[in-house]
Write a protein that binds this ligand. Structure first.
Ligand code: HEM
Length: 155
């Protein structure tokens, strides 16, 4: 009887652990304002930029994104549209993908995969990628698509 009791306790404890395991490396969510602090203007700070709502640490690309570097305008923000269109126009420095062409979306995906995912560590996600404006979950968010992101470890 006591053996059976022991097994029930162990099973329940394991179940509890699985359900309530605390995340060791929580996902970091960036508001626009937070992301803007990592725009390369302060040398002691890392440089972050986001593409498709995924925030990358691009500090190792200082020569591209650092202060006075050619692509500094992309740093500290989600500039999905600019990268898709290969544009540095201020109006394109946004995550808005409205009316991008098929070719631009393809080019964006290839840069996202071939350059950013391959080269830079992911440090988090933009809040708007995970949450809709009303705070409800964004059902299109697929963390399992991302490398460096172990969904079981994160949640
Ligand atoms: C005259 C125009 C341009 C030239 C000659 C040029 C040239 C280059 C070169 C040589 C690289 C470096 C490749 C490497 O070393 O790995 C590069 C990377 C890149 N370029 Fe341009 N580029 C131009 C315009 C633009 C514009 C308008 C954008 C706007 C978004 C852009 C976005 C990028 C990005 C995102 C990278 C990847 C940087 C990285 O590896 O982190 N480029 N470009």
């Amino acid at each position: 009887m006591s053996v059976l009791y022991f097994f029930i306790c162990v099973t329940l404890a394991q179940d509890f652990k699985l359900k309530y395991k605390t995340a060791t490396k929580p996902v970091r969510l960036f508001t626009e304002e937070e992301l803007s602090r990592y725009d390369g203007s302060e040398e002691a700070q890392p440089i972050y930029m986001a593409l498709k709502g995924v925030v990358f640490d691009v500090s190792s690309g200082q020569e591209f994104y650092g202060k006075d570097a050619p692509y500094n305008a992309l740093a500290g923000k989600d500039c999905t549209r600019a990268v898709a269109k290969m544009s540095l126009e201020p109006a394109d420095l946004t995550s808005d993908t409205t009316s991008l062409t098929e070719d631009e979306l393809k080019s964006l995906d290839s840069i996202f995969e071939g350059t950013y995912k391959a080269k830079y560590p992911i440090v988090g996600y933009t809040a708007s990628r995970i949450l809709n404006d009303d705070g409800s979950p964004n059902k299109d968010f697929k963390p399992e698509d991302q490398p460096h992101f172990q969904i079981r470890d994160e949640f």
